[in-house]
Design a protein around this ligand. Structure first.
Ligand code: GMT
Length: 387
């Protein structure tokens, strides 16, 4: 290792793929010998038990009675600066621009210019929040003031440039999965809790928000189930859940649908699926499709955002125009009805996940970015596919 770095990481600790990626990255960097300091409002849910080289600093919000809205962002910025000074951090790596990149900008001013900041854009921090005129200039400032900026797909890089009129360098760092956790597991016993041997399992995992189009998931499933004996397993919770439950009842398919609610660790459950459904309206990457790919499960999804950079249409899954549930169901039936084709897709999934999106590769990418902003020379070559 070139130099053991002291890195502060801030993310949303309790929800979403960005929190998962940030936490897993922190764990991997700690395994490589770096010292990691999570600065968040609660312990990241994927952190689990004690890890060597990992420290946690809780952000406490001052809720003095004059505040109508307790100023979390200011407390976070202050905590970042405090931890940076006390622990002599080399850099802060913040995941999700709002408010984390803005807080890092303030913290850097407070802690001194020696502290470097790296911002990773994850998706809705740009595709939704940067559309809001009241936030646009702030997000642009935070991005421009970061020492390095990364985004999880080329599509997100382009959208950031277009929406914010930014021409600074934004590096592509795809999301990753830990191959020691995501792999095809022997899950016959768990599988039998949900489906008979002759039935297929279609799965959807999300936060049940409108961008995920969970209604489409149900429609695709209903069409597939008319042709192929199958079950639908839904994992997650969110605002659209009651609407979805109603749709399932109206279609009369309640007995074929299982709701698992929120699950912190989906590695085990994904292995029971035959197909992952991801028909999103917006999706900068689609971490769940990668987790499925690593378990040998093809995805049926939409051409939204960065999904086509992850799912190779016709090789590791099939993609259709957003909302075209007819085509998605047709593709699902095709895959589920042709054993040889399905096996070919499974193999392509495993190959692609382990060669393009594996933890070793992407962790090294982030290390290269860190050393770069700190002006430390490394021998890690820059990949050719970068924008
Ligand atoms: O969907 C969100 O707003 C949450 C956000 C998150 O924190 O998980 O999701 C985004 O980041 C993920 C991790 O990089 C990506 O896999 C998701 O595609 C992205 N969500 C969207 O673009 C809608």
């Amino acid at each position: 290792m070139a130099k053991r770095l002291k890195i502060g990481i801030t993310c949303y600790p309790t929800l979403g793929g960005s929190g998962v990626v940030a936490t897993e990255l922190g764990k991997l960097l700690a395994e490589k010998g770096h010292e990691i300091h999570f600065i968040t409002h609660s312990i990241p849910f994927r952190l689990g038990q004690f890890h060597k080289n990992i420290y946690y600093h809780e952000v406490e919000v001052n809720d003095y009675y004059v505040f109508r809205y307790p100023p979390y962002d200011l407390s976070l910025a202050s905590k970042m600066a405090q931890v940076a000074k006390m622990q002599q951090l080399d850099l802060l790596h913040v995941h999700y621009a709002v408010p984390h990149a803005v807080c890092a900008f303030i913290a850097k001013r407070m802690a001194g210019e020696g502290l470097r900041t790296v911002t990773t854009l994850h998706g809705t921090d740009i595709t939704v929040l940067a559309q809001d005129e009241s936030l646009k200039d702030l997000i642009r400032l935070a991005i421009n003031e970061s020492d390095a900026v990364t985004a999880v797909s080329n599509d997100l890089i382009q959208e950031t440039r277009d929406l914010l009129d930014i021409d600074r360098r934004i590096e592509l760092t795809y999301n990753f999965v830990d191959k020691r956790i995501y792999y095809p597991r022997d899950c016959a016993s768990l599988r039998s809790d949900f489906a008979r041997e002759d039935e297929k399992i279609l799965m959807h995992i999300s936060n049940f928000r409108p961008v995920k189009r969970v209604g489409d998931v149900v429609e695709i499933f209903a069409k597939v189930a008319e042709v192929v004996p199958s079950r639908l397993v839904l994992v997650g919770e969110g605002p659209d859940l009651p609407k979805i439950q109603c749709k399932i009842r109206n279609l009369g398919i309640e007995d074929k649908v299982h709701f698992l609610g929120k699950q912190d660790d989906v590695a085990q459950v994904i292995s029971i699926a035959d197909l992952m459904l991801l028909p999103s309206e917006k999706e900068s990457f689609g971490l769940v499709a990668l987790e499925a790919m690593a378990c040998g499960v093809p995805t049926i999804g939409s051409f939204a955002g960065g999904i086509p950079e992850l799912v190779t249409h016709g090789e590791t899954g099939y993609l259709s125009p957003i909302g075209d549930t007819e085509d998605m169901a047709h593709n699902a039936i095709r895959l589920l009805s042709d054993r040889a084709l399905y096996r070919q897709f499974q193999e392509a999934c495993l190959h692609r996940a382990t060669t393009q999106f594996c933890n070793d590769l992407i962790t090294e990418e982030y290390e290269r970015i860190y050393y770069n902003v700190l002006g430390i020379e490394t021998n890690v070559p820059e990949p050719v596919c970068k924008s």
